[in-house]
Design a protein around this ligand. Structure first.
Ligand code: AMP
Length: 172
């Protein structure tokens, strides 16, 4: 998959100083390239036979919803605070500076149904770790995590449930 790195642009100091932002938009723009990237995930996820794919607002929705649709699976949204209607469950988690929060609709997933969390990028693992815990809090059965890109030096895997599978396609 490393040959696809040329389609990922790197933007220094975005969204804040010191971050080298990996921009996947050039991949999403090219159907053939996007398809090439998604194909292994498609195989992996269909082999695991989940009931749902969950995605995290907002960049996480792109690949997660596309793949759910392609595989004929339900798509679950995990959103920033106060975006979802009705009863929600939430989880607070630590960022480099301060705290953030994710929410999910309380009764959207049936208890024990199998869910895979798919996000665009694994950095410190704070976001996907929290999102995974939130899925578990609903009573669903989180079976694993998948990412398009992993920044391995940040060791985000250590913040994920080590009993579950963690797959990433492009590693830096
Ligand atoms: P983290 O909680 O540190 O694992 O950050 C993961 C989330 O932040 C992902 O949903 C990404 O969209 C975003 N993110 C973090 N670092 C980067 C980066 N260097 N380039 C692009 N997106 C990033």
């Amino acid at each position: 998959m490393d040959h696809l790195k040329k389609y990922i642009s790197e933007i220094n100091d975005f969204p804040k100083k010191g971050i080298v932002f990996k921009d996947l938009n050039p991949i999403y723009k090219e159907p053939k390239i996007w398809n090439e990237l998604m194909l292994p995930l498609q195989k992996l996820i269909s082999n695991k036979k989940p009931d749902y794919i969950a995605g995290i607002e907002a960049r996480g929705f792109i690949a997660a919803s596309a793949l759910a649709f392609k595989l004929g699976l339900g798509f679950i949204t995990i959103r920033k605070p106060n975006k979802l209607p009705g009863k929600v469950m939430g989880i607070n988690y630590k960022l480099e500076y301060g705290e953030d929060r994710l929410e999910i609709q309380q009764n959207i997933i049936e208890k024990d149904s199998k869910v895979i969390l798919l996000d665009d990028l694994l950095a410190t693992g704070g976001t996907s770790g929290a999102a995974g815990n939130l899925i578990k809090k609903t009573g669903a059965n989180l079976i694993g995590y998948a990412f398009l890109v992993e920044l391995t030096e940040l060791r985000g895997r250590e913040n994920l449930d080590s009993n579950l599978f963690v797959e990433s396609l492009i590693k830096y």
